[in-house]
Write a protein that binds this ligand. Structure first.
Ligand code: KG4
Ligand code: ZN
Length: 446
């Protein structure tokens, strides 16, 4: 009878219903037929998710049948409380996400103690919802993964201490996750991508170009010397008071710029992309932000309106800033592709460029990257938009990747700490600059 008693995630002991176990036998055979047996491969295979769904309806967990590894991932590095359970095949068994965006939009930026409080208020519910959607108990997990670096100290602390409580309660291994590594590897959950590949990570807090050679083997080719593109777009959107625009009031700054730019004419303003003479793969967005601020102040005077009111030329400004941002990102990425090809770091026949992070959900920026990729016979891949922004799935998947590679799976969590600042990989940006690669001019017309 003991084997019929399971512990749920709160540690409560539950007796499984006897008929579940009766049906398990039949289900095992059906599932094995559908997914495992050689004879069954002749018949079209239903997606794993459907088989899992069917099994779960009968209270049977796939892991007991297939012994797939299962990881719970927890993300709290910034302003999203996310959790997910993902298995080794990339199937998302359950997921939940609480975004604090609406709160921070009202305060005009993230206030760390507010973010911390909101993580505290939501993390237990988010993890509970994830586990219950997955239909598993924590004892079924192979490991628990959580973002420990880089990010806001107060936010990271909430996710880490909650994760460690679960780790200690259920005696599970712990996998500390680098947030940017997780963004970079997300593409391997959604697409079949082998190492090495080039990745451009662009978000509200980060901007970097890296060659991904393995699960935790990164060469950093370039990064932003000041702020990230998402941060710049958020600041411009605030300066344009887009929160007062009826169509943009609930959107993040970057999304609002993209939305408004569709109605604008970028040719009404000439905004030059930054760092045009620097032959490296670094980025800069502060200068761009100042140029746009000056332009907005000038237009306010011209239109005779106060700061805080929406300019009639707001859509044109949005289109021009989006274009300059896209050109800057595309040019640095182009140089990174050429560098990797010159040094034989990327396969000449099958080079892959991945773009991820919140800003990579911008379709105009994706088009600019597509122009560069196709000029260099590269394949551009982007995770679906909801996996570009922060979520628990990417952390759980990073856990699976590390578990499979046997990297950074901890059984002793005594000395584990969060790290608000943490570089990614080995920095070879100086070597990139020394190569001084000239990038051919491409027509960025779309
Ligand atoms: O990856 P993410 O969710 O969080 C960070 O790690 O920063 O990215 C959020 C950033 C914000 O700055 C937001 O304005 C930007 O991504 N963003 C966009 C778009 N959607 C979100 N930027 C440009 N275009 C978008 N469609
Ligand atoms: Zn992120």
């Amino acid at each position: 009878m003991e084997s019929l008693i399971k512990e749920n995630w709160k540690g409560e002991r539950q007796v499984a219903r006897v008929h579940d176990y009766f049906e398990t036998g039949i289900l095992c055979r059906i599932a094995n037929m559908l997914m495992l047996s050689k004879a069954a491969r002749a018949i079209p295979k239903p997606p794993a998710r459907k088989v899992y769904g069917m099994l779960r309806r009968f209270n049977v967990h796939p892991r007991t049948l297939f012994r797939y590894k299962l990881v719970l991932g927890i993300e709290t590095s910034c302003d999203d409380t996310g959790a997910a359970v993902v298995d080794e095949t990339g199937t998302v068994l359950g997921e939940a996400l609480h975004s604090q965006a609406d709160v921070h939009l009202k305060t005009g930026g993230i206030v760390p103690p507010v973010a911390q409080q909101l993580h505290r208020e939501n993390i237990q519910r988010i993890v509970e919802e994830t586990l219950s959607a997955s239909g598993i108990s924590p004892s079924d997990l192979s490991a628990i993964a959580a973002t420990v670096k880089p990010g806001l100290a107060l936010s990271l602390g909430v996710g880490l201490s909650f994760s460690l409580q679960l780790v200690n309660q259920f005696k599970k291994p712990f996998i500390p996750v680098h947030h940017m590594e997780a963004h970079a590897l997300t593409i391997r959950l959604t697409n079949k991508v082998e190492f090495p590949f080039l990745v451009l990570l662009i978000s509200g807090g980060h901007c970097l170009l890296a060659l991904v050679q393995g699960v935790s083997d990164f060469l950093l080719l370039g990064k932003s010397l000041d702020i990230a593109p998402g941060d710049m777009l958020d600041k411009v959107a605030r300066r344009l008071s887009l929160i007062k625009h009826p169509e943009c009031s609930t959107m993040s700054g970057g999304k609002a710029i993209e939305h408004l730019a569709k109605e604008g004419n970028r040719f009404h303003f000439t905004i030059n992309p930054p760092m045009q003479n620097a032959k490296n793969c670094d980025f800069s967005f502060t200068g761009l932000q100042h140029v746009i601020n000056k332009l907005i102040t000038h237009k306010e005077k011209e239109e005779g309106i106060e700061k805080g009111q929406i300019l009639s030329s707001a859509a044109d400004i949005a289109a021009a800033v989006q274009h300059a941002t896209a050109c800057h990102l595309a040019k640095r990425t182009h140089r990174a592709i050429l560098f990797c090809k010159q040094k034989n770091l990327l396969s000449p026949a099958n080079a892959v460029l991945v773009a991820s992070g919140g800003v990579a959900s911008n379709l105009y920026i994706r088009k600019a990257l597509e122009i560069v990729a196709s000029a260099e016979q590269c394949t551009l891949l982007c995770p679906p938009q909801r996996l570009c922004t922060d979520n628990g799935i990417m952390i759980a998947w990073n856990g699976i990747e590390r578990l499979r590679a046997g990297l950074g799976v901890l059984h002793d969590v005594e000395n584990i700490r969060y790290e608000p600042k943490c570089p990614l990989g080995v920095d070879i940006s100086r070597e990139v600059a020394e190569a001084a690669i000239k990038v051919p001019r491409l027509k960025m017309a779309f």
